[in-house]
Design a protein. Structure first.
Length: 405
């Protein structure tokens, strides 16, 4: 298994089955980054602090403009890590891409206007920057990207490219950075993956900043395929045995709140276990975090969909009703809610980040995607505390895949 990008004819035949289309939407949610200034027009930091994500500053246009050579827009922005200004090459204005070197640090910014009467602001710090999670994709760009495993064991990557668009207003007269997304050409990135009965992504499992894949074979052995940050894989290695006792295994993201990515596994009696990752490709001691989960025939971990910063777990029961189990960010649960019925018609349910992106004063939430019985790929954006909504079809022909990763 690994990269098989030279199989152009095989990939072209597979790509012909899949027709991707895009839609545009803007979703408000709840900000996860605290602000120091009480002024409602103070600059704000948007985004979630994990490697591969992007933080952005908004509302700076409310400074009284006094253009200078240093600051032609009338304000100066400065990014800090643990209170120390970042190097000049990372001071790129409104946005900051978080890299592996930021792991564990707290990010903040300074903003000051150049008018004599202008105020100066310093934001609160983020929580410590956590490991990259599934939402940042496979190509090192932090984008929504789908990875599918076909019934014959091929892995196909569907990358997306996002270009910034500035002329977007996101409420209260505030201008925000939005991104226009488009699908790249699909790539064949592996074959022979039908030896595994479960394949999933924990996000970055070994701490190198790139997202990885884990696969369980029929003997219960768990293997780790490190991502190379370019859509391919490094040499695999074993990371466990005896996993045949579980009938569902998902990459939960940072369930325990320690900054490392974790795994949830359900046994056949319905007990749910947390296997915390140690951030270096290994495990901390597991613990039971639930029981009665045998009533569900599908468990999905799309990340944070409700805007509170904690990961959310979705589960479909045998009647087709989808339930949401928010976490408290410290290895426990908040009260569950019912998303709705009718999900028995979906052959696959998956989370892969945010399909549409806008850096607004409200933090965006991750989305859920689903494949219906006709093979249509349907987008369900996270809508903050309001749950999910159906944004429509974003592709067809996706029933060629056994599962999405």
């Amino acid at each position: 298994m690994g990269n098989f990008r030279g199989f152009a004819m095989k990939l072209a035949a597979l790509a012909a089955l899949l027709v991707a289309s895009s839609i545009t939407w803007v979703a408000p949610a709840t900000a996860a980054v605290p602000q120091v200034a009480s002024d409602e027009w103070a600059p704000r930091m948007n985004g979630t602090a994990y490697v591969g994500s992007e933080l952005a500053i908004s509302q700076v246009q409310h400074f009284n403009p006094c253009p200078t050579e240093e600051a032609p827009n009338g304000f100066v922005l400065e990014w800090l890590s643990n209170g120390v200004p970042l190097p000049a090459e990372r001071q790129q204005g409104h946005s900051l891409k978080l890299i592996p070197e930021d792991r564990g640090n707290r990010i903040s910014f300074n903003a000051r206007g150049t008018c004599p009467e202008a105020k100066a602001y310093r934001s609160a710090e983020t929580p410590p920057v956590a490991a990259s999670n599934r939402a940042t994709g496979w190509t090192g760009r932090g984008n929504f990207e789908l990875l599918g495993r076909t019934h014959n064991g091929d892995l196909v990557l569907y990358p997306r490219t996002y270009e910034p668009v500035w002329s977007v207003f996101c409420g209260q007269g505030i201008q925000c950075m939005s991104y226009k997304g488009s699908w790249d050409e699909p790539r064949l990135v592996g074959s022979g993956w039908n030896i595994f009965d479960i394949v999933f992504s924990p996000g970055d499992f070994d701490g190198d900043g790139f997202n990885d894949v884990l696969g369980r074979d029929g003997a219960g052995n768990l293997r780790h395929y490190p991502g190379d940050g370019e859509g391919g894989w490094l040499a695999p290695r074993p990371v466990g045995s005896g996993w045949q006792i579980f009938d569902s295994i998902v990459g939960a993201g940072d369930f325990s709140g320690d900054g490392n990515n974790d795994v949830l596994a359900r046994d056949r009696a319905g007990k749910l276990f947390l296997y915390p990752g140690d951030g270096h490709g290994g495990w901390l001691p597991p613990s039971q975090v639930g029981s009665g989960w045998q009533i569900f025939n599908k468990i999905v971990a799309p990340g944070n969909t409700n805007g509170d910063g904690g990961v959310d777990i979705f589960a479909r029961d045998n009647r087709g009703v989808l339930h949401q189990y928010p976490t408290d960010g410290h290895g426990g649960w908040k009260a569950p809610t019912v998303v709705g019925p009718g999900w028995e018609g979906m052959t696959e349910i998956n989370g892969a980040g945010r399909f549409s992106r806008i850096n607004s004063p409200s933090q965006e939430s991750n989305d859920v995607t689903a494949v219906d019985q006709e093979g249509n790929l349907v987008l369900y954006p996270g809508w903050g505390q309001s749950g999910l909504y159906n944004a429509g079809q974003i592709g067809s022909g996706w029933n060629t895949f056994k599962n999405l990763i």
